[in-house]
Design a protein around this ligand. Structure first.
Ligand SMILES: NC(=O)c1ccc[n+]([C@@H]2O[C@H](COP(=O)([O-])OP(=O)(O)OC[C@H]3O[C@@H](n4cnc5c(N)ncnc54)[C@H](OP(=O)(O)O)[C@@H]3O)[C@@H](O)[C@H]2O)c1
Length: 226
């Protein structure tokens, strides 16, 4: 058993999620910011890859005091569990994700992670060890389900999202398309990694919802089960 896994990502009109220097950029506006805060508050946990932590240093906290109060009134922590997929334990011990906002953190590492880094991270987070060289995402999701995570939001980046699609571990994709062109062949996209080679392997999507938000478009897709 695994949680319901949905991805939330903002990309430019030309399909880039940051610049070719992997520098974080503002793609969405205030309406989308509020939407993302709400879907965060509705999730049990939020997961990112180590590439996103190193590039953006996100805290992944719920920003609205009202949404935090709603969670508290429902007997939950103010912020969902924050999770980093980080094979070698490279999360900096002073990363915002480990310090900003109360609540639980999980760092998922592989058996290749150096022991001293794991010990340093264990001072701030629960550490889950799975996979030999990289984190075994299917096993990690099972473990999260056992810990009570039923709704998992994935906030990037392109490498982690690609592997989740490759392994058939995604249920829904929520995508904001912003009104700009970022360009750059090497700029990250919503699904990077190796890419599917055969059409029959492509992940297939079905539209659930579309609409305008700010000066861009929101599309919600469900992932077809093959
Ligand atoms: N626009 C948006 O909404 C948005 C959102 C988030 C991020 N971003 C952008 O995305 C970029 C970062 O993306 P990224 O692709 O470099 O990094 P990422 O997807 O955040 O992290 C990828 C890293 O996760 C680790 N990992 C461990 N096990 C894995 C597994 N089984 N599958 C996949 N990854 C695994 C790998 O590093 P190790 O081998 O070291 O563990 C891998 O390199 C930044 O430019 C950031 O600004 C944009």
């Amino acid at each position: 058993m695994r949680p319901f896994v949905f991805i939330n990502i903002a990309m430019s009109a030309d399909g880039k999620i940051s610049t070719r220097e992997r520098r974080q950029v503002r793609i969405s506006g205030t309406e989308d910011f509020s939407r993302v805060d709400r879907i965060k508050a509705e999730s049990d946990a939020i997961m990112v890859g180590i590439g996103t932590v190193l590039a953006d240093d996100p805290s992944l906290t719920v920003k609205s005091p009202e949404l935090r109060a709603e969670r508290a009134a429902a007997g939950k922590d103010e912020h969902p569990i924050r999770i980093v997929v980080d094979s070698r334990g490279r999360t900096p011990p002073d990363a915002d994700i480990l310090h900003k906002g109360a609540g639980k953190r999980i760092i998922a590492v592989s058996r290749a992670a150096p022991r001293e880094r794991v010990e340093a991270l264990a001072e701030h987070a629960d550490v889950i060890v799975t996979g030999d060289e990289t984190v075994d995402l299917a096993v990690l999701l099972e473990e999260l389900h056992q810990r009570g995570v039923r709704r998992l939001m994935v906030e990037g980046g392109g490498t982690l999202i690609w592997t989740l699609f490759e392994q058939g571990l995604v249920d829904e994709l929520q995508m904001f398309i912003g009104n700009m062109i970022i360009g750059g062949a090497a700029a990250p996209t919503p699904a990077d990694g190796g890419g599917f080679l055969r059409e029959e392997d492509f992940a297939r999507l079905r539209i659930i919802e579309t609409g305008q938000l700010d000066d861009g478009l929101l599309i919600r897709w469900s992932v077809e089960r093959g």
